[in-house]
Design a protein around this ligand. Structure first.
Ligand code: 6PG
Length: 246
C-alpha cells in the first residue's frame, strides 16, 4: 500500500463525539473472536476515548481478556513520569477497566538507551505476531490509533527525520524529538504501524485546522505518509476540519 492510499475522512461535531465515535470503532474492531491487538497513541486527542473506555457502557463492551494493548510511540521516561504515554493510558483506563496486566505491552523505557528499548520492543512485537516479517494479509494490529502534531508529525516520526524512510525495522529509537517535550522517544515505524486492519487518526480543535489542511492537500509531511494495509480513517471534529472537508 502506498501513501496515495484512499483516506476516509469522518467529521464529527465536537471532542465528545470524537471520543464516542472512536470508542465505537474500537469496540467493532476487537469484537471478532480470538485475540486482538490495539496500538494506542499519546497526546491529548485520545484522552476522551481513554476515559470512556474506563466507564460504562463502553467498559462492558470491550472483551478485556482477549485484547492486547501496545503503544505506537513513547517518551523515554519511566511510566510514573507524567510525560509517559503508557503511564497516561494506564491512569485513564487500562488500570481501572480490567485489562489483564499480561495484555499490556509497554515500551521498555527502563532499558539503557532508546535504541535498546526499540530492539526489545521490536522483539516483543515479533514474538506476539509469531513471525519476523509482516504479511499484509495477516495484520499485526486490529486498530492503530494515531495523532497529528502541529508540525505534521505522527507517533514520534518527525518531519525531516531519517526514521520516515525506514522500511525494515519495526521500532526505532529517536534520540532527538522534533518537538516538545524534548525527551528521547521510541517509535514504531510506518511499516509496523501500517500492519493493521484499521488506522484511526484522532484530530480535534481549531489549532489543528491548518496542519490538517496541509496534510489533506498532499504536502509531504509524516501525517500524509502514514498508510495502512487495511482501512485508513481520519476522525476529526468540526473545529479542526479545513474548509474543503467541513
Ligand atoms: C506523542 C504522541 C504524538 C501525538 C501528537 C498529537 O508521544 O507525543 O504520540 O505523536 O499523537 O503530538 O498530540 P495531541 O493529540 O496532543 O495534539
Amino acid at each position: 500500500m502506498s501513501c496515495k492510499q484512499h483516506r476516509q475522512v469522518v467529521v464529527v461535531d465536537d471532542t465528545a463525539a470524537l471520543a464516542e465515535t472512536a470508542a465505537q470503532r474500537l469496540v467493532n474492531r476487537v469484537a471478532q473472536s480470538g485475540r486482538s491487538a490495539v496500538c494506542l497513541t499519546g497526546g491529548s486527542s485520545p484522552e476522551g476515548l481513554y476515559r470512556l473506555l474506563a466507564e460504562e457502557p463502553w467498559r462492558g463492551k470491550v472483551p478485556w481478556q482477549r485484547v492486547h494493548w501496545f503503544m505506537g510511540d513513547d517518551r523515554f521516561v519511566p511510566e510514573s513520569d507524567p510525560l509517559s504515554n503508557m503511564g497516561m493510558a494506564r491512569r485513564l483506563f487500562l488500570a481501572s477497566a480490567g485489562a489483564p496486566r499480561g495484555n499490556i505491552h509497554p515500551v521498555p523505557t527502563d532499558a539503557n538507551y532508546p535504541e535498546g528499548a526499540a530492539n526489545i520492543y521490536e522483539d516483543d512485537l515479533k514474538k506476539f505476531y509469531g513471525a519476523e516479517r509482516l504479511d499484509p494479509a495477516r495484520p499485526l494490529f486490529d486498530l492503530v490509533l494515531m495523532g497529528l502534531g502541529p508540525d505534521g508529525h505522527t507517533a514520534s516520526l518527525f518531519p525531516g527525520s531519517r526514521a520516515l524512510d525506514e522500511k525494515q525495522r519495526w521500532v526505532l529509537g529517536v534520540g532527538k524529538a522534533g518537538m516538545e517535550p524534548f525527551v528521547p522517544r521510541v517509535t514504531l515505524t510506518f511499516p509496523a504501524l501500517a500492519a493493521t486492519r484499521e488506522m484511526l487518526f484522532l484530530v480535534d480543535g481549531a489549532g489543528k485546522r491548518d496542519i490538517l489542511r496541509r496534510v489533506f492537500s498532499g504536502e509531504d509531511l509524516p501525517g500524509s505518509r502514514a498508510y495502512a494495509d487495511g482501512e485508513l480513517v481520519w476522525l476529526i471534529d468540526r473545529a479542526a476540519a479545513p474548509e474543503a472537508v467541513s
